[in-house]
Design a protein around this ligand. Structure first.
Ligand code: FAD
Length: 392
């Protein structure tokens, strides 16, 4: 027998979970299907920087309690080059806006707990998910659970299933794809050690980019630029720390704290966008539709922004039959997606050793960094994009 719901959501990442909450608040029923187990989804370490607008949305949804008690507000970031740190005072430059340091897995835990506590449907460990019927008015999602085939009939499908999901491939032939692969990746570690900095440090160094981020007063998250095809097995913990020490070194003797590495991995970097983000009654949101290099800390924030627009469009449609916001969904999202894509590319280009760059290009990067850290206008450009533009 088929399950029936209003919105069938594929994927329980930030996009799918936030969408389900917003719909629930508007009295719209949904079912979320997730391929992985709950524990896996809740432990997956990824992003950790929330834009002001994302934090405000979590508050407005009544889900900000733990973020307020365990998250950390940052009012600035450091850009480090020529072995010196320069602070960009984000809040001073943006009328008091800031960023929140709160791990994506913590956001996901809060969202899952609230969803299940409210008795709403969220099915983990489903497989063989496929979508159909979205060109007409009776979309369906087929899947397997516990060895049984099942089906959901719905009015609308939300493809929130990330970059490797099934929803985008189902409509890919009708999409324009923009793909840019960078000739480097990020080797990231999560380490049980108090952060060596009070705010994030973005470093341009002749050995390559490095970023000191954090997750809590006890947990540091650090990244170094690396070959995207390298094998993590080639990187012992000692080798990683040696490389970090070399890249973060300053003239004033700043010390990098070392501690046990809890997790490490290599992620390639790409910019990817499909246009449009919808076909018929199938709407893509988050990483299913676009990937940004993580230098601008935008992936999660962009996913949340998409579903905020999708929830508003669906609410209007259910309340009044007016489909104008749904028809405009893709264009409305893509305006911000391209702005963020440009910002992430710009940050990436300014801070990384570019594959075949000669010294001319390295000097241009330093000239750009000098400008961003000495001109209020240039610093404001970085700051307002980093905390998240309000009206794009
Ligand atoms: C390895 C990695 C590291 C990252 N690190 C950072 C970082 O350090 N900083 C940063 O800013 N951003 C980072 N990002 C980006 C950020 O985490 C993403 O932009 C964000 O997770 C997007 O949320 P989403 O809900 O769109 O997609 P996802 O979080 O990917 O969620 C999609 C969900 O769909 C599920 N799914 C997939 N296929 C199916 C299917 N067929 N059926 C059912 N469910 C399915 C997946 O299991 C997943 O739970 C990282 C991303 C990745 C992949």
């Amino acid at each position: 027998m088929a399950l029936r719901t209003q919105v069938g959501i594929v994927g329980a990442g930030p996009a799918g979970l936030v969408l389900a909450h917003l719909l629930d608040q508007a009295g719209i029923e949904s079912v979320i299907l997730e391929a992985r187990a709950r524990e896996y989804v809740e432990e997956r370490v990824r992003a950790g920087v929330l834009e002001q607008g994302t934090a405000d949305l979590l508050d407005a949804m009544g889900l900000g309690e733990r973020m307020h008690s365990e998250g950390i507000v940052h009012h600035g970031i450091y850009l480090r080059f020529r072995r010196e740190s320069h602070r960009i005072p984000l809040s001073d430059l943006t009328g008091g806006r800031a960023i929140w340091i709160y791990g994506q897995q913590e956001v996901v835990k809060d969202l899952i707990e609230a969803r299940l506590a409210a008795g709403q449907q969220l099915l983990f460990e489903v497989s063989d998910v496929s979508v159909s019927g979205f060109d007409g008015d009776s979309p369906r999602i087929r899947f397997s659970r516990n060895g049984e085939s099942e089906e959901i009939e719905c009015d609308v499908i939300a493809g929130c299933d990330g970059f490797h999901g099934v929803c985008r491939p189902a409509i890919e032939s009708a999409l324009t794809v923009y793909n840019h692969e960078y000739p480097f990746g990020w080797l990231g570690i999560l380490a049980r050690v108090p952060p060596s900095t009070d705010e994030l440090v973005y470093t341009n160094h002749e050995r390559g980019f490095a970023l000191h981020s954090l997750r809590s007063p006890e947990l540091s998250r650090l990244y170094i630029q690396c070959d995207p095809h390298d094998d993590i097995a080639n990187w012992s913990d000692d080798r990683i720390w040696d490389e970090m020490h070399a890249r973060f070194a300053t003239n004033d003797g700043w010390e990098l704290n070392e501690g046990p590495v809890l997790e490490k991995g290599i992620t390639p970097m790409r910019s990817f966008i499909v246009q449009p983000m919808q076909r018929g009654r199938l709407y893509l949101a988050g990483d299913a539709a676009h990937i940004v290099p993580p230098t601008g800390a935008k992936g999660l924030n962009l996913a949340v922004h998409d579903v905020k627009l999708l929830a508003a469009a669906l609410t209007r449609w259910y309340e009044s039959g007016d489909s104008s916001l749904l028809e405009a969904y893709s264009d409305a999202c893509l305006r911000r997606v391209w702005r963020v894509q440009h910002f992430s590319w710009w940050m990436t280009s300014m801070l990384h050793r570019l594959g075949d760059a000669d010294d001319f290009e390295n000097q241009l990067q330093l000239a750009q960094l000098d400008y961003v850290t000495s001109s209020r206008a240039a610093a404001t450009t970085l700051a307002e994009n980093y905390v998240g533009l309000e009206d794009v």
